[in-house]
Design a protein around this ligand. Structure first.
Ligand code: CA
Length: 238
């Protein structure tokens, strides 16, 4: 398989700092392996920015062919915990992490903690590959509210799993990719502003990888841009 990727991040219209982090920083093309990750930091002062950057750097380190995404994210977790030990004033900082290793055989190895998401766009249809680790998605899983109610629930941003906690549990999944697929990894700055239908429409319209990435950012900002928005798109070619 051959992969083409683009990443984009924007502070939005309300926040003063961008606490999201994304890798790779530079758009490119390769036959793999490629490590792609989005982290959305949280914490007082500049701590969110520190947490997302530290965790991301630790998680993407090492050989790109290493597909153990749970260990990668655990390394990110350890980096945040170590930083808090060194500087207790940053206690409470944490980050989401959604990370994919796109291997040479065409398998996406996913690891995921928090409410950043991975989507698969195949045959013009969008499918979620991750389940948000949020209070509202737990209610959905228990059948107490619908997925539509979850997107407008007042406590929809309450996260139940964070990188930077002791013993963080990482969700993992392997996805067999096909030529023509596009994978989107994004922070909640995108998905709070745009529902899945709006994201689908943009991906149908914007066939260029960087074009789609920046169109998604622009649409999130047009819809309010209340949070930092980060997207990574990877297109799969034969
Ligand atoms: Ca966010």
């Amino acid at each position: 398989m051959k992969y083409t990727w683009a990443t984009a991040t924007h502070v939005g219209h309300v926040r003063e700092q961008n606490e999201d982090a994304v890798a790779p920083e530079i758009d490119g093309t390769s036959s793999g392996p490629v490590v792609v990750a989005v982290a959305d930091g949280m914490g007082g002062a500049a701590a969110g920015e520190v947490a997302s950057r530290l965790a991301l750097e630790a998680a993407i380190a090492g050989p790109p062919a290493d597909t153990d995404t749970a260990r990668r994210i655990s390394d990110g977790n350890r980096a945040v915990l170590d930083a808090v030990l060194e500087d207790p004033s940053q206690a409470g900082m944490g980050t989401t992490m959604t990370l994919g290793v796109f291997d040479v055989a065409g398998t996406l190895h996913l690891g995921h903690v928090g409410d950043s998401r991975a989507y698969l766009f195949r045959n013009d249809e969008l499918r979620r590959l991750t389940t948000d680790h949020t209070y509202v998605m737990e209610l959905v899983a228990r059948g107490q509210i619908s997925i539509e109610d979850a997107s407008t629930h007042p406590r929809r941003n309450l996260i139940t799993r964070v990188v930077g906690m002791e013993d963080v549990a990482v969700d993992t999944d392997d996805v067999a990719l096909e030529p023509g697929d596009r994978v989107l990894i994004c922070s909640d700055g995108l998905t709070d502003m745009l529902d899945d239908e709006s994201i689908t429409e943009i991906l149908r319209r914007e066939t260029s990888v960087p074009g789609a990435a920046w169109a998604l950012i622009e649409a999130a900002n047009t819809a309010g841009g209340v949070d930092n928005t980060t997207v990574a798109i990877v297109a799969v070619h034969p």
